[in-house]
Design a protein around this ligand. Structure first.
Ligand SMILES: Cc1ncc(COP(=O)(O)O)c(C=O)c1O
Length: 418
């Protein structure tokens, strides 16, 4: 037992479904639809299930979360000459890749170091501007009527918060916003990839804009060449098999020790692909939604980690946001260790002991070499995001985190203090 436990190595986030279960579901659907069975049946089935799961009006699947953002921006850009995207200085850099590809200006806003939320002080949004909320780690960003009035449009990115509620609505589904989500690794729903655009209800003042945007999105998505082949789905099956197998706490050590796999690295792809979602991705998403629908353990695990770190000077954005915890499903638990050196120490010990720790994004957005001094990118101060990038750790909260892992973390922290 002791030997077995010393091999436990946690993935930072995400639970994967067995690809054999996906095949079985395919068989069940084939039986259900009989002669009328085709890939559209699968898309409709998944779409209806996801729409009722998050209470959304209408869904448009895409090949990735980045593409979902890109399609919204491209449709908006067709209707406005010089639009600007406002976004947080600490978030997934692929968002800027989508904005640059859609020929948007970007305006980067700093974040608050206690809550990780955007600082809106003194901003006076340009005409024709969009605000993107990232809702990182499962924490819902505030979305007020004031914000909805100040921007032409709000994109509510639910990639890391699809199961979280903001007040009583799922993130991504608020009226007068357009939601998106990604379904790649380490997201709220870790399937095999793919993304979605979420159409919500709108008030009369936004009716015209919404109708035009969604007409364009439909046209653009329908004009994409279908690239689905048996070979591509077979490759996805194998990918599913690898993800599922190596998400086991006893096997994750293997891929995690191979440097060229770049696990956990933040990657930037300025020339990302625009294509359609594959059937095997849709089915994996469908089953993941069904299987992992109750995730109350994420908050329970966060509370246990917090106990482990109680002697360390830190900030917990989850607590600083004053949220109703029964509405929250975390993808990872973020903590800000005030002493930078201490953070490095903790990271090293937890990593050596296979405790699924990550450091999150390494830089404020403007500092990635791809965006540095870019003529279309304007940046406010980055004091908050610079503070965070050097101090944040994120801890795993998924169902494979066990008491033994948390105890191990506690022992390691205590050993260090002696
Ligand atoms: C908040 C957020 N938005 C968008 C994306 C982009 O999604 P994808 O990897 O599917 O392109 C990611 C992930 O990388 C993300 O974390």
């Amino acid at each position: 037992m002791i030997l077995k436990n010393s091999f436990r190595t946690l993935t930072p986030a995400g639970e994967f479904i067995s690809p054999f279960k996906v095949l079985k579901e395919l068989y069940n659907l084939k039986k259900k639809y009989n002669k009328n069975f085709n890939t559209k049946c699968i898309k409709d089935e998944v779409s209806n299930f996801l729409a009722s799961f998050i209470n959304a009006k209408n869904l448009y699947f895409t090949s990735s979360g980045t593409e979902a953002i890109f399609q919204i921006l491209k449709a908006f850009k067709d209707l406005h000459t010089n639009p600007t995207l406002y976004l947080a200085s600490y978030t997934c850099p692929q968002i800027i890749s989508a904005a640059l590809k859609a020929n948007f200006n970007c305006h980067i806003l700093d974040i608050n170091k206690n809550t990780l939320e955007i600082e809106y002080k003194d901003i006076n949004p340009q005409k024709d501007s969009i605000l993107l909320l990232s809702n990182l780690y499962g924490l819902p960003d505030s979305l007020t009527a004031d914000l909805k009035n100040s921007f032409s449009l709000i994109i509510d990115d639910a990639s890391q918060s699809l199961r979280t509620k903001r007040e009583n609505e799922n993130v991504g589904t608020s009226s007068d916003t357009i939601g998106i989500s990604s379904f790649s690794r380490a997201k709220s729903i870790s399937a095999l990839g793919g993304g979605v655009i979420i159409e919500n209800s709108y008030s009369d003042s936004k009716k015209e804009l919404y109708k035009n945007i969604f007409n364009k999105i439909s046209l653009n998505l329908n004009s994409l060449k279908k690239e689905e082949t048996y070979l591509k789905n077979l490759i996805l099956f194998l990918k599913g098999f690898i993800y599922y197998t190596f998400s086991s706490p006893y096997l994750y050590k293997i891929p995690n020790s191979i440097p060229f796999l770049n696990l956990g690295k933040t990657l930037i792809d300025l020339d990302f692909k625009v294509s359609s979602i594959k059937t095997f991705e849709l089915l994996t998403l469908y089953l993941s939604l069904k299987e992992f629908n109750n995730q109350s353990y994420t908050i329970k695990n966060a509370k246990k980690w917090k106990e482990v770190f109680k002697e360390i000077d830190l900030i917990s954005p989850l607590e600083k946001r004053n949220l109703n915890l029964s509405n929250i499903t975390l993808t990872r638990y973020p903590l800000i260790i005030k002493d930078k050196k201490r953070r490095e120490e903790i990271y090293k010990i937890f990593k050596e002991n296979g405790l699924g720790i990550t450091l999150s994004y390494p830089l404020s957005l403007k500092d990635y070499k791809e965006f540095n001094n870019h003529p279309k990118i304007k940046t406010e101060t980055t004091k908050g995001s610079d503070y965070i990038k050097d101090r944040i750790i994120t801890l795993p909260v998924h169902s494979k985190v066990k008491e033994i892992d948390i105890k191990k973390g506690k022992v390691k922290i205590e050993e260090r203090r002696k």
